[in-house]
Design a binder for this molecule. Structure first.
Ligand code: E4P
Length: 216
């Protein structure tokens, strides 16, 4: 499973990407707002750090304007992926970008039927939002499982990008369900290596090494 970092925080991206664990970045207008930076400048800077896909979201709601915005964003760097909302206008824009060979990420997906539509218009990625479904007492994981089955039934190549990941448990569940990618905030990704028994075991090993005078 590929890991994308869900942030527009440059220093967090720089630090995590250096670990070699991450394959790309996703952003959205709320994350850009949080960064307090100029949208295109931040995307350009992220693309200089990261070789993999970097999602940048259009803010238009009409197909023609989405196309113009998407083309402007795509000029920033070769690895920019155009993020489009899962609306009829977004799907139409996605179809046109797919035919032009422009990579797309269809976002704000909350149902299996929406994911089916995104695959039919050739989206590169579909982003089902797990956490936001859990927030309203709907099982977000079930959506990932349904999309996996539908895409496998028909051989769709659209990658399932599990989004709105809020915890290590979400990461494990999405991996078990066969998501191709997951995107999570830096703190969630960094926390995946933590285990109290690892800390306890390491402390004991280090204490014994010191007591035995072991050197390497
Ligand atoms: C994904 O592309 C979105 O940017 C993100 O995962 C949304 O997460 P949230 O629901 O925690 O805001």
């Amino acid at each position: 499973m590929k890991f994308f970092i869900d942030t527009a925080d440059i220093s967090a991206i720089r630090e995590l990407y250096a670990s070699g664990l991450c394959d790309g970045v996703t952003t959205n207008p709320s994350l850009i707002k949080k960064s307090g930076r100029d949208f295109k400048e931040v995307i350009a800077e992220i693309c200089e750090i990261v070789d993999g896909p970097v999602s940048a979201e259009v803010i238009a709601t009409e197909t023609e304007v989405m196309l113009a915005e998407g083309r402007a964003l795509a000029k920033i760097a070769d690895n920019v992926v155009i993020k489009l909302p899962l609306t009829m206008d977004g799907l139409k824009a996605c179809k046109i970008f797919s035919e032009e060979g422009v990579a797309t990420n269809v976002t704000l997906c909350f149902s299996a039927n929406q994911a089916l539509l995104a695959a039919k218009v050739g989206a590169s990625y579909i982003s089902p939002f797990i956490g936001r479904l859990d927030d309203i007492h709907v099982d977000g994981l079930e959506l990932i499982q349904e999309i996996r089955q539908i895409y496998d039934n028909y051989g769709f190549e659209t990658e399932i990008l599990a989004a709105s990941i809020r915890s290590p448990l979400h990461v494990k569940e999405c991996a078990l369900a066969g998501a191709d990618v997951m995107t999570a905030p830096p703190a969630v990704i960094a926390g995946l290596s933590n285990h109290p028994l690892t800390d306890k075991g390491l402390a004991a090993f280090l204490a014994d090494a010191k007591a035995a005078g072991i050197t390497v």
